[in-house]
Design a protein around this ligand. Structure first.
Ligand code: ZN
Ligand code: ZN
Length: 240
């Protein structure tokens, strides 16, 4: 296929998929207007998930690691009203194109190279993602965390394996306080039997769309470690 043809297809698809108004402020004409695009930022520096202190590549401090299970979490964007709206739009309109070309396209160049360092330094054996509960998945038709995991996996040529399943539906984390968030997720994941042996002694990257207190990611990490994984790192699109 000619390159120009490919571009035409791409335009055709994006016209079809993209809303003709700004997802951030509803201004007509563009999917994300210039002023809303300016409100999406990547973190200036990565922080330790558990104490919020600065940390190279988001690696968990030695002291913090003593009582926690994730070795590090890297995030691409700060949580902001506009970034959250893009994600929400993609989720509820079941529109992965919006997610990929909206947030993905607004990644600041600096964060690419830092993320690249994160992904290269630790040489992850395998990538996995936070699953949706089956009923939620069938409602939405795609899992945004899985999409992100697949993009990174194909970029780096690392296999993406679905290790986890959500055993029950859980109230929205955002509606709960810190302590209840942890309880809400307790034992909410189990390992998928047929893929189980592939995680033994592996260094695994777990991908999620939003990390706030880290309760979801930690619970997933704990489940993977219990199953025999060697080390668990996280990567999220947004960090609240
Ligand atoms: Zn706007
Ligand atoms: Zn720390």
């Amino acid at each position: 296929m000619l390159e120009s043809q490919r571009l035409n297809y791409r335009n055709l698809l994006s016209d079809f998929f993209f809303p003709s108004f700004c997802v951030g402020c509803c201004r007509p004409g563009v999917f994300l207007c210039y002023s809303c695009l300016q409100k999406i930022h990547s973190p200036k520096s990565q922080t330790c998930l558990y104490c919020q202190g600065n940390s190279y590549l988001g690696i968990t401090h030695k002291n913090c690691f003593k009582s926690h299970c994730l070795s590090g979490v890297f995030s691409l964007f700060n949580y902001s009203g506009v970034a959250a709206k893009v994600l929400k739009y993609a989720k509820f309109k079941t529109n992965k194109q919006v997610l990929k070309e909206g947030l993905w396209a607004s990644v600041e160049p600096g964060i690419w190279s830092t993320m690249n360092d994160y992904l290269k330094v630790f040489r992850f054996d395998v990538i996995t993602f936070i699953p949706l509960y089956k009923a939620d998945l069938s409602q939405r038709s795609f899992n945004q965390s899985q999409e992100l995991a697949m993009s990174i996996g194909s970029l780096l040529n690392i296999p993406v394996v679905n290790f986890l399943e959500k055993t029950r539906t859980t109230p929205k984390q955002s509606s709960l306080n810190f302590k209840d968030r942890r309880l809400n997720l307790l034992n909410a994941f189990s390992l998928i039997k047929i893929n189980k042996k592939e995680l033994v002694r592996k260094r695994i990257l777990v991908v999620d769309d939003v990390v706030t207190t880290g309760a979801t990611m930690s619970e997933a990490g704990k489940t993977l470690l219990d199953g025999g994984a060697r080390e668990i790192f996280g990567l999220s699109l947004l960090r609240a």
